[in-house]
Design a protein around this ligand. Structure first.
Ligand code: FRU
Length: 472
C-alpha cells in the first residue's frame, strides 16, 4: 500500500484490486444496495470482463464480495442490469434477483442468471442466450417492470439507437420499438441505457427519462446524455427538439450512468463510472483502476419550456461530515484560506453560498504546497461555471487529460450555491442543488489544502464558506 495507494478514494467505491468500468446490475433488496460492475480480476487494464460485486446498507460503506458472474462459452460478461422478480414471472422463485447482461464474443447476446440468496450466488439460466441479433453492437440491457402492461421492459443499446423489448417472464423477448434516429448526440455508438419515470418538481406532472452514454461528449469521448419524454410500455417519445442535446454532467469523468432498481422511498439513485475511455487505462494508479462517482439522487425541474435532470449528491453523503468550519467574508482582489481542514488527507466537502456584487469573475482556486491546483470560476458575463485541471498534479499520462470543462449557468440567481466533493483523486461540483454537476478526476501529489478566492472586475460576498472533513 503506501504510495501505490495514494490516489485511492476514501468515500468513493473502488475495486480492491484489478480493473473496473461500468456500474452494473444495481438493485436494492431487503435493506441492501447491490452494486455489480465491469471487472477484470486479472489485471488493472480492461479485459476478461466479469461482474464484480459489492453490497452496502448506506451507499457509502461497501462490502467487497466475490466475483458474481464469470465468462463462459457464450462470451465474457458485459454490462447489464438486475431486477427483483417479485411475482416469480421467470419461475426462479418469488423475490429472486435476476441479472440480465450482455455476453461478448464475436457477437453480442443477452443472457440471464438468478440468485435466490439475496445476491450471494448466481445460477446461469440453462437456455441462455435469451436474445440474439445480427447487430454488431447489441448490448447493455436495462430491465424494469412496467405495471401498465404487466410486462418486463428491456432497453438495449443497438448501434446508435435504443431498442425496446418486452417480456412476460424475462426469457421470451418481443421487439417493440426503437428510439434515437436524429435525436441528440451521435458521434459514436450508444451504450448503457436506462429508462425511468420521475415527477417534475413543482408541477404535479411526471416524465420519462432515457439515459444514454456515448463516446462523443462535450469535452471529448465519454459522457452521458439524456432525453425527456413519455413512455407507454411500447414506445419512448421524446419531448425535446431532435437537435437538442442534454448532458447529465459537464466534467470528463462521468460515464455509463445508470440507476438502482427498487430503491426505497421512490428514490432514483444513480452512479457513474468516474473515468473516460480516452485515458482510463493510463491513469496513474496501479493496484486498481477507476472508481465510481458519488451516488446522486435524480429529479426533474422545469426552466422556460425545457425539462432538465437534476443530480444532487445522495443524502447518505451527509453522514460523512466530520469536523466543520464556517466562514463568511467579502472578496475584492484575493482572499486566502490556508489549512482547509485539520489533518487534511484529501477527503473533504466545501459548501459555498455566494452573492455577487459587481464581479465579472468569481473565482476560487484549490491548491497544495507543490503549486498544483484546480481553478474554478463563475464567469458572470459569459454565464458559465468552469473547472480547470490543467495544473492539477500528474496530468502527463495522456494528452487528453489536461482540460478545462465548463457549463452554462442559469441567469438571475440571487445566490450562487455550490457543493464540492473532493476526494484523493477527484473533484465533483454540484451547483444549485445539482442543477448542474461536473465530475473530474485529478492526481495531485498531495492534497489541495488551501484555497484562494479571487475576484475580477468588482467584488462579491461569500455569505457562507463551510468546509467539512469527510470521514467514513
Ligand atoms: C461502456 C461499455 C459497454 C460494455 C462495457 C464493456 O463503457 O463499452 O457498452 O458493455 O463497457 O466493458
Amino acid at each position: 500500500t503506501g504510495n501505490r495507494e495514494k490516489f485511492r478514494p476514501t468515500y468513493h467505491f473502488s475495486p480492491l484490486y484489478g480493473w473496473m468500468n461500468d456500474p452494473n446490475g444495481m438493485v436494492y433488496k431487503d435493506g441492501e444496495y447491490h452494486l455489480f460492475y465491469q471487472y477484470n480480476p486479472y489485471g488493472s487494464k480492461w479485459g476478461n470482463m466479469n461482474w464484480g460485486h459489492a453490497i452496502s446498507k448506506d451507499l457509502i460503506n461497501w462490502e467487497h464480495r466475490p466475483v458474481a458472474i464469470t465468462p463462459d462459452a457464450l462470451g465474457t460478461i458485459f454490462s447489464g442490469s438486475a431486477v427483483v422478480d417479485h411475482h416469480n414471472t421467470a419461475g426462479f422463485g418469488a423475490g429472486a434477483i435476476v441479472a440480465i447482461y450482455t455476453q461478448n464474443s464475436d457477437r453480442q447476446v443477452q443472457s440471464i442468471a438468478y440468485s435466490t440468496d439475496n445476491g450471494r450466488t448466481f445460477t446461469k439460466y440453462e437456455n441462455n442466450p435469451v436474445l440474439v441479433s445480427e447487430a454488431r453492437d447489441f448490448r447493455d440491457p436495462k430491465v424494469f417492470w412496467y405495471e401498465g402492461t404487466q410486462r418486463w421492459i428491456m432497453v438495449l443499446a443497438v448501434g446508435q439507437e435504443m431498442q425496446i423489448f418486452s417480456s412476460p417472464d424475462l426469457k421470451d423477448w418481443t421487439f417493440e420499438s426503437s428510439f434515437g434516429e436524429g435525436y441528440g448526440a451521435h458521434g459514436n455508438v450508444w451504450e448503457c441505457p436506462d429508462l425511468f419515470e420521475l415527477p417534475v418538481e413543482g408541477t404535479g406532472e411526471k416524465k420519462w427519462v432515457l439515459l444514454c452514454s456515448l463516446g462523443d461528449g462535450p469535452f471529448g469521448d465519454s459522457a452521458t446524455q439524456y432525453f425527456v419524454g413519455s413512455f407507454d410500455g411500447k414506445k419512448f417519445i421524446c419531448d425535446n427538439q431532435p437537435n437538442v442535446t442534454k448532458w447529465m454532467d459537464w466534467g470528463k469523468d462521468h460515464y455509463a450512468t445508470v440507476t438502482w432498481s427498487d430503491a426505497p422511498d421512490n428514490r432514483r439513485i444513480a452512479i457513474a463510472w468516474m473515468s473516460n475511455w480516452q485515458y482510463a487505462n493510463d491513469v496513474p494508479t496501479s493496484q486498481y483502476r477507476s472508481p465510481n462517482s458519488v451516488p446522486r439522487d435524480l429529479s426533474l425541474f422545469a426552466v422556460g419550456d425545457g425539462i432538465y435532470l437534476q443530480s444532487a449528491p445522495s443524502p447518505e453523503l451527509l453522514k460523512l461530515r466530520d469536523i466543520s468550519k464556517k466562514r463568511s467574508f467579502r472578496v475584492n482582489g484575493t482572499r486566502t484560506v490556508k489549512e482547509l481542514v485539520p489533518g487534511n488527507e484529501g477527503a473533504y466537502e466545501i459548501e459555498l453560498a455566494i452573492r455577487n456584487q459587481h464581479a465579472d469573475v468569481i473565482g476560487f482556486r484549490l491548491y497544495n504546497d507543490k503549486g498544483e491546483e484546480v481553478d474554478m470560476q463563475y464567469d458572470m458575463k459569459e454565464k458559465k461555471f468552469s473547472m480547470d485541471r490543467r495544473k492539477s498534479g500528474d496530468v502527463g499520462f495522456n494528452e487528453n487529460f489536461p482540460m478545462l470543462t465548463w457549463t452554462a449557468i442559469e441567469d438571475g440567481k440571487e445566490e450562487l450555491k455550490l457543493r464540492l466533493y473532493v476526494d484523493k483523486s477527484s473533484v465533483e461540483a454540484f451547483g444549485d442543488g445539482g442543477r448542474f454537476a461536473m465530475t473530474n478526476q485529478v492526481f495531485p501529489s498531495e492534497p489541495y489544502n488551501h484555497i484562494d478566492f479571487y475576484s475580477k472586475g468588482g467584488a462579491y460576498k461569500v455569505d457562507s464558506f463551510v468546509t467539512y472533513k469527510l470521514k467514513k
